[in-house]
Design a binder for this molecule. Structure first.
Ligand code: GLP
Length: 251
């Protein structure tokens, strides 16, 4: 593992030789913190990037090193509209990749509802849930190839609260690999806003692969601006950027 420092910036990035090492490093941060606080508030992300990390968490649970019995989880986002039982929903993704393999109680799962009758009302309801937490202990993040975190897409502003968002063409194309074809990808989503993410005490951003290199570059080296939403993390007090060589190739 090597560390990249950025001139006049307070953060650095850790670059790993392989996904396994990266996932184990991320899991160790979470496990150490969870051991000290059983009532842990864990913010979660979907996408391919955190899957090896979730495998590590499951391994730690199976080894008896951690329990999720008193944990609450808060997911970043969900497509809208989507049937929460459909294979492409983020809820099913989380069940398959983490929830079904650990002792997390069903009532401890928090995620925007893709089948809520009114999207705006659902955004407000989810925000109220987040407000009750006062911020998660750790927020896991991936990054979109357009620099999005959660589904906070590039735009003119950073949006603080949970909101309905229109997905960019690029995001729809990137995520079409999970659907039969691109026309099946929902055009909208409900996402935790930048405020919910920034309120986490620690953020762990995982980025792997060359297709993330530009977004990672803009997030870490450009002045924070809503054109690259992940760049706001430069203002976060404790964000750990975990990359592979591909994602770090433009730094
Ligand atoms: C998804 C999620 C993001 C995720 C990003 C990258 O659709 N909304 O939270 O970070 O897109 O996904 P991947 O890791 O598959 O590249």
């Amino acid at each position: 593992m090597r560390e990249i420092f950025f001139e006049s910036k307070h953060y650095s990035a850790l670059v790993f030789e392989n996904e396994g090492d990266l996932a184990r490093y991320a899991a160790r941060i979470v496990v150490e913190q969870m051991k000290n606080k059983p009532e842990f508030l864990l913010g979660l992300a979907t996408g391919s990037s955190p899957i090896p990390f979730y495998k590590e968490l499951i391994r730690e649970y199976q080894a008896g090193n951690i329990s999720f019995a008193k944990v609450n989880t808060y997911n970043l986002d969900e497509y809208y509209p989507i049937d929460p039982t459909s294979p492409q929903s983020f809820l099913v993704f989380m069940r398959e990749n983490l929830f079904d393999h650990i002792d997390l109680p069903e009532k401890a799962i928090h995620i925007p509802r893709g089948d809520a009758p009114d999207a705006e009302e659902e955004a407000r309801r989810y925000q109220r849930e987040l407000n009750r937490t006062g911020g998660t202990d750790i927020q896991i993040l991936g990054i979109g190839s357009d620099g999005h975190i959660g589904f906070n897409e590039p735009g003119d502003a950073f949006i603080y609260d949970t909101h309905v968002t229109e997905l960019t063409r690029r995001t729809i194309e990137d995520n079409s690999r999970f659907f039969e074809d691109v026309s099946q990808v929902p055009t909208h989503a409900l996402t935790m806003g930048i405020g919910g993410i920034m309120n986490a005490r620690t953020c762990i951003l995982i980025a792997t692969g060359k297709n993330k290199a530009q977004a990672v570059h803009d997030a870490l080296k450009c002045d924070p601006a809503p054109a690259c939403q992940a760049s706001v993390l430069q203002f976060h007090r404790n964000t750990v950027f975990l990359l592979d060589e591909g994602a770090a190739s433009l730094l």
